[in-house]
Structures are given as structure tokens and as C-alpha cells.
Design a protein around this ligand. Structure first.
Ligand SMILES: Nc1nc2c(c(=O)[nH]1)N[C@H]1C(S)=C(S)[C@@H](COP(=O)(O)O)O[C@H]1N2
Ligand SMILES: [Mo]
Length: 503
């Protein structure tokens, strides 16, 4: 493949992607690349998906998008060099790619979703075509076009085609950002009711200045895990929550109708089943929301419905035992996070928060539907992909300071971190230096059984390389197991260990 061919292919790909993106932004449907990315995420085999979260973490989505674009540019390079000799084959290839995008977006957005891919395909093919022929013959045979290609004409056209890509892409970016910031302003203007009772205060914690995780995680630092390549922007006026399935009175709620049921505020720690021992996918927030039990009382739940399933705006689903929603714990339809309306990333306008369960079975963001069903009849998104149907949070503890591999001065130092066992609470934390005995750590004030607990331990560090370990005991008196298991299928176990170098 010549470098001209590659350059022209890249220009044609840019024109196609830019115009597809622009049309998608105007129509408010997924971009062709986004739609294909979502389809890839949804169909990725268990092992690959697990690997992506483990190695790429929150960068898994940008990596996927870049991967798709690189493949398109490579294909476009091939298409450009084959255009003169095999235009029919190129037409079929472009139509094929365009159909993949159209099909992927059609699944979520119907016919409107098809338009960006069709436009991208047409612009892409027109670009390749115009770059492969000369100015002169009115209807060149492929052979003539290849021979007569004038380099200046070619370069001028390549620049024009590239400019179409950059221009449409640039406009799309500006339009999309304007829409995004208008949306964030609209969120900020949502006024939420005050919870009943005295204000909820955070317990006195360990001084966060030492590099310890703050007790309350700010929303912009809260981990984000979901399958959404683009975050849904839900229009509050059109939003409805429908509650149905095995209930006596299927009911639809507007946002105001939901809030009218009354709100409470609770500290709840949320964590992801994909979190490795010592990992970052856990956070603690002050959630404002309507107790799920109030909604369930209103609709009247059929006793045979052993699963409470839910679905999001973007078609993601999950489910957990109905009994858990009714056992008195503070399962919430959350509308606020740390005193503000839910940010778009964390589920605006309404999400579920269920203390004691991993997010993948319970914490639906951009909530739309609650369906009372059975475990026999329904499986949430992750269940056929290899994760356990029931997933109570496992007791975990983490050392945040000193950081793994850190060099520290000998003498008195503080070892500190967090421990969590949602809905059982943390009764104790112990620290072990190398192969020494387990020694009790100090616990910060208890913030309730549903929240994590900070801990610290004063250590007179002797010179050398040392391994620090931590383990927690939950409110039922059960000591965190030392047995190492991976996150799949229902949450990692084992002790967090860090090695430090004392000088
Ligand atoms: N709509 C939707 N909700 C979702 C998910 C998702 O992929 N889509 N992921 C779940 C998972 S696996 C977790 S761990 C939590 C994470 O919530 P956060 O991103 O607010 O931290 O959201 C849950 N809710
Ligand atoms: Mo998760």
C-alpha cells in the first residue's frame, strides 16, 4: 500500500467519521463508532471483558474507541488502493461497514440510529471515489483512472476530503460539548427536597491530609463503572419510572411524584465486584433518595416474585432478591449524591443504591424500570456473562498509606486505610508486619453498618523491606478470609499486602 493510498484512506475515513458524528450529534443518536463499540462491549466474551477492566480499568472505553477508529483507517487505506482496480469490492466493503454501524445503532435507537452510518458510508465512498479518479475523463475506466491520476489534483482533493473530516468532526465536538454543558447546568438547577430529620454528619475520620482515602468520596473522584460508551443524558421532563411485573398495581412515577413519597439521606459505600484486593473501585457517598420499600408498598408485591429486576435508560439490567429490598435496610432510589443532584456519570436523575450488594446486581444508574419477577424467569446483564446471580459484598480492607513500593524513613510511621463489609459493618481491623502477630488497629468513628470504616496503626518501622498486611472483622464477628480468589464470579477475597522499603 502506497503512502499516498494510506493518506487518502485516512482522509476518507476522517470525512466519513466526522460527518457520521455530526449527524449523530444533531439527531441525538449514537455515533457509528459508538454504536459498534457498545455492541462490542455487549458481546465481548467473559475473559476479554474481565481482562479489559483489570488491565485498562476506566480507560477500557477510550481504548475500544481508538481501536475501532484505527481498524477503520487501515481498511480505508486498503479501500483507497483498491478503488481504481476493484471499485465494486470497495463499494461492498464500505456498504458492509456502514451496515454494521447501522445495525448496531438500530438495535438501540431504531431508524434514526441508522442515518449517521448511512451518511458516513456515502461520504466515505464518495471521498474514496473522488480521490481515485482524475479531473479529465468524464467516466473513467478503473485502468484509466489509475494511470491518469494527477498528483496535484490528488493532493488537493485529499486535503479537501481531510478538511471535510476535520470540519464536521470539529463542529460535532463543539455541538456535543455545548449540549453537555447545557445538560450539566440543567442538572445543577434541579432542586431536591430536604430529608426529614437532623442533617446527616460525617463521622470524625482519619486526617485525609496524610494520603488516606477521605471518608466521604467526592463525586468527581468516585469510581465509575458501566457499559455506557456515552453517558445517557436523560431529559427530566420526559422521565418516568415504571414499576410493574408481579405487582397488584403497576404504576408510573414522574420525578416529582417519586419525590413526593418522601426522601431520606444515608451514607452508603458502593463497590464493584471487579475490584481486585486493594483496588480502587469502591467509594462512600451521602445518598439522598426515596426508600425503595415505599414504592414497593404502593404497588403491592406478589409474594412469589423473588427477584427485583431493574433496567436503565441505556438498556442495562440487573436484579437482586426482593427480600433484600424488604428486610429493613436502606435500599434507595437515589436522586442526590453528597448534597447535589446525581451527576450524569453516576446515574442522573435516579439510580438504585442497595447497601450490602455489589453494583452489578443492584445499583442501576439512569433507572427507568423496576420489574418484580423471579430468578427462574429473568437474568440481569452480567449473569449470562459469567457472574454470580446473587452477590452480597465480601468483607475487604485496604492499606492506602504507605503506598505499595513506597520508601519511608525508619521510626514512627502511620499505616492507614479503609475497611468495608456493607450492611454487616466493621467491628475490628488488624495489621500484621511480615510474619508477626496480627495487631489491632485503631478505628475511626463508626459511620454506620452500610459505610466503610477508616483505620490506622502506629508502627515503629525498622530498616529493611517489610510486608504489611491487613484484615478486617465484620459486625457478625467473622474474620476476613486470607484465601485469595479472583473477582469472578462473585467478588475477590484475600488480604491486601503492600511491601515498603524502610531506610
Ligand atoms: N445503567 C447502568 N447502571 C450500572 C452499571 C451499568 O453498566 N449500567 N454498572 C453497575 C456496576 S457494575 C457498578 S459497580 C455501579 C458503579 O456505579 P458508579 O459508576 O456510580 O460508581 O453501577 C452499576 N450500575
Ligand atoms: Mo461493578
Amino acid at each position: 500500500m502506497s503512502s499516498d493510498g494510506r493518506m487518502a484512506g485516512a482522509a476518507a475515513a476522517a470525512a466519513a467519521l466526522g460527518s457520521g458524528w455530526l449527524v449523530a450529534t444533531v439527531l441525538e443518536v449514537p455515533t457509528p463508532v459508538g454504536a459498534v463499540g457498545t455492541a462490542v462491549i455487549d458481546s465481548a466474551p467473559f475473559g476479554i471483558r474481565e481482562w479489559a477492566i483489570r488491565t485498562l480499568g476506566t480507560y477500557d472505553k477510550p481504548a475500544l474507541t481508538i481501536g475501532i477508529v484505527v481498524i477503520l483507517v487501515l481498511v480505508a487505506g486498503w479501500a483507497q488502493s483498491s478503488m481504481a482496480s476493484h471499485p465494486g469490492m470497495v463499494a461492498v466493503a464500505v456498504a458492509g461497514l456502514s451496515s454494521v454501524g447501522a445495525w448496531a445503532a438500530w438495535a438501540s435507537d431504531g431508524w434514526a440510529g441508522v442515518v449517521p452510518s448511512v451518511v458516513a458510508g456515502l461520504v466515505g465512498f464518495a471521498s474514496l471515489w473522488s480521490l481515485s479518479r482524475t479531473e479529465l475523463p468524464p467516466s473513467p475506466t478503473p485502468e484509466m483512472a489509475a494511470v491518469a491520476l494527477d498528483r496535484r489534483v490528488f493532493l488537493r482533493r485529499a486535503a479537501t476530503v481531510g478538511a471535510v473530516g476535520v470540519g464536521t468532526g470539529g463542529v460535532a465536538l463543539v455541538v456535543d460539548q455545548a449540549k453537555g454543558s447545557r445538560f450539566d447546568t440543567a442538572i445543577a438547577e434541579v432542586s431536591l427536597p430536604r430529608p426529614a430529620g437532623p442533617p446527616l454528619l460525617a463521622p470524625a475520620g482519619v486526617d485525609a491530609g496524610r494520603g488516606v482515602e477521605p471518608w466521604l468520596t467526592p463525586a468527581d473522584r468516585f469510581y465509575r463503572i458501566d457499559t455506557a460508551l456515552t453517558v445517557p443524558r436523560v431529559d427530566l421532563a420526559g422521565w418516568r419510572l415504571s414499576v410493574g411485573g408481579m405487582v397488584e398495581r403497576p404504576t408510573e412515577f414522574t420525578f416529582d411524584e417519586l419525590l413526593a413519597l418522601g426522601v431520606v439521606e444515608r451514607h452508603v459505600t458502593l463497590c464493584c465486584v471487579s475490584n481486585e484486593v486493594g483496588g480502587p473501585y469502591v467509594g462512600n457517598a451521602r445518598w439522598l433518595g426515596v426508600p425503595l420499600s415505599r414504592v414497593l408498598d404502593l404497588v403491592g408485591v406478589d409474594e412469589r416474585a423473588d427477584q427485583l429486576a431493574s433496567e436503565s435508560e441505556d438498556g442495562w439490567t440487573c436484579g437482586f432478591p426482593t427480600a433484600i429490598a424488604r428486610d429493613g435496610r436502606d435500599a434507595l432510589l437515589a436522586v442526590g449524591m453528597n448534597g447535589e443532584p446525581l451527576p450524569a456519570d453516576h446515574g442522573f436523575p435516579v439510580r438504585l443504591v442497595v447497601p450490602g450488594l455489589y453494583g452489578y446486581v443492584s445499583a442501576t444508574k439512569w433507572l427507568r424500570t423496576i420489574t418484580l419477577t423471579t430468578f427462574a424467569d429473568f437474568e440481569g446483564y452480567w449473569i449470562p456473562r459469567g457472574w454470580a446471580a446473587e452477590a452480597p459484598v465480601k468483607t475487604q480492607s485496604r492499606i492506602d498509606v504507605p503506598a505499595a513500593g513506597a520508601g519511608v524513613e525508619r521510626g514512627q510511621i502511620v499505616i492507614a486505610g479503609v475497611a468495608w463489609a456493607q450492611h454487616r459493618g466493621i467491628e475490628g481491623v488488624e495489621v500484621r508486619i511480615d510474619d508477626g502477630p496480627w495487631q489491632p488497629a485503631n478505628l475511626a468513628t463508626d459511620g454506620g453498618v452500610d459505610a466503610w470504616r477508616q483505620w490506622w496503626f502506629s508502627w515503629d518501622a525498622p530498616e529493611g523491606s517489610h510486608e504489611l498486611s491487613v484484615r478486617a472483622t465484620d459486625g457478625a464477628g467473622d474474620v476476613q478470609t486470607a484465601q485469595r480468589t479472583p473477582p469472578a464470579p462473585d467478588g475477590a477475597t484475600g488480604h491486601h499486602r503492600v511491601t515498603v522499603d524502610v531506610r
